[in-house]
Design a protein around this ligand. Sequence first.
Ligand code: THU
Length: 141
Amino acid sequence: MAEVGLRELIRKALKARTQAYVPYSHFQVGAALETKEGKVYQGCNIENVSYGVTNCAERTAFFKAVSEGARDFSRIVVVGGEEGAEELEECPPCGVCRQVMAEFCDVDSFQVVLARSEEDYHIYMLRELLPHAFLPANLEK
Ligand code: THU
């Protein structure tokens, strides 16, 4: 399967954001996770009245993908901003989501794209966002 273009991946993250369930924070996040085969899994944040139960958009995308058998990922686009906002902010993934990414992705090649629009984005390597990570390899020593 061909790699999805970055613009299309950003569009998919923006679309996923429209499904965010955010009655408490009113902060909507969308994610589009691409596999190495070019398949895309979308996710949004899903809040809960018991706040800590909330699932971030990135983990929604990862858990959807992994539960359907996907294991090899190339990049994720994350978009976020307040409900009704005219412009989006860069939305860096929380620490828990970074750790979930590190479980399944190579920290030196997996890209985290923080986008505000199709034209305005920054690309980070997962290692930059999660330096000195505790990785599956640490348990093998
Ligand atoms: N959130 C995400 O979904 N992803 C992030 O990268 C940061 C935070 C969500 C969690 C919560 O629903 C809302 O944003 C405010 O923290």
